[in-house]
Design a protein around this ligand. Sequence first.
Ligand SMILES: Cc1cc2nc3c(=O)[nH]c(=O)nc-3n(C[C@H](O)[C@H](O)[C@H](O)COP(=O)(O)O)c2cc1C
Length: 312
Amino acid sequence: MGRVTSMLGITYPIFCGAMGGVSRPQLVSAVAEAGGMGILATAGMKPEAVREAVREIKSKTTKPFGANIAIIAGNVEEILSVLLEEGVKFFTTGAGNPIPLIAPIHEAGGIIFPVVPSARVAKKMEDHGADGVVVEGTEAGGHVGEATTFTLTRQAALAVSIPVISAGGIADGNGIVAAFALGAEGVQLGTRFVASEEAPIHENYKQAILNASDTATFVSGRRSGGPIRIERNNASQKHVALDENPETDMNTLEKFTLPSLIKAARDGDTENEIVTYGQIASIIHEIKSVKQIIEELFHEAEEVLGNLKLDL
Ligand SMILES: Cc1cc2nc3c(=O)[nH]c(=O)nc-3n(C[C@H](O)[C@H](O)[C@H](O)COP(=O)(O)O)c2cc1C
């Protein structure tokens, strides 16, 4: 048994990354039931809505699941207390400094894997007592950093001795094997799970992923400090224009981005709203159940590993 599966009580060392508007109770519980780690996205939610979502997950599964805390959202302490009161034991964090959360999570018997964009920050998290890290490369859907998954995974695995989970650009067994070859002990996928039966979003959004090419997305928002990978469409042109305006700061850009993303996921207008997914989308051809996805991924990974040889 691997370190990550035994530490977290899951069957497969795979996380379904927190995704705003997507990682809702239906998807989180389906991932947990299939033996992976489902992670509730809490960004932008009121504490009582978070409590309700956790209770809904608990009504659907008795298996372990986690929650993501977006530090930048502001009401971090309230959200964390609700999650701890409801017995959530596993946490990832994003967008901001997670160090103040490590002690309270440990005091409550919890485990924390901050999501980090560099090997340097991974090491800092280890030094402050984090139990593991998720390293997310710029290939990923959602907000991204500069480093690629390939370089980040290897350098983080060499920099820390806590488990490294590799995220960004992984959507099949080959990707999983590559991540493990670079030193990861688990993987976090987002885009692959958006195109699942259980993702509670509009079919048009899932279809956008099935239709995507490898160059369908680009990163906008670097100037104002909120870089996000988005699909090229009418809304992305507005995003770029807003980012180029020197008066736009990160908060202004987020006020445009987040509601638009939520609308795209809910109503399916993938031309006039912001759509995010990762660069690996073009290898996803079918919407499947979460259970099928996870089982096929690891079956495929075993096959890839069995056939792997260096033809010198
Ligand atoms: C639609 C979508 C929304 C996302 N929203 C969030 C979010 O709210 N918070 C977060 O930490 N990461 C978010 N992510 C990133 C994922 O948690 C995950 O790390 C990433 O999708 C992995 O890369 P991949 O898309 O190449 O699989 C999002 C990703 C996608 C595709």
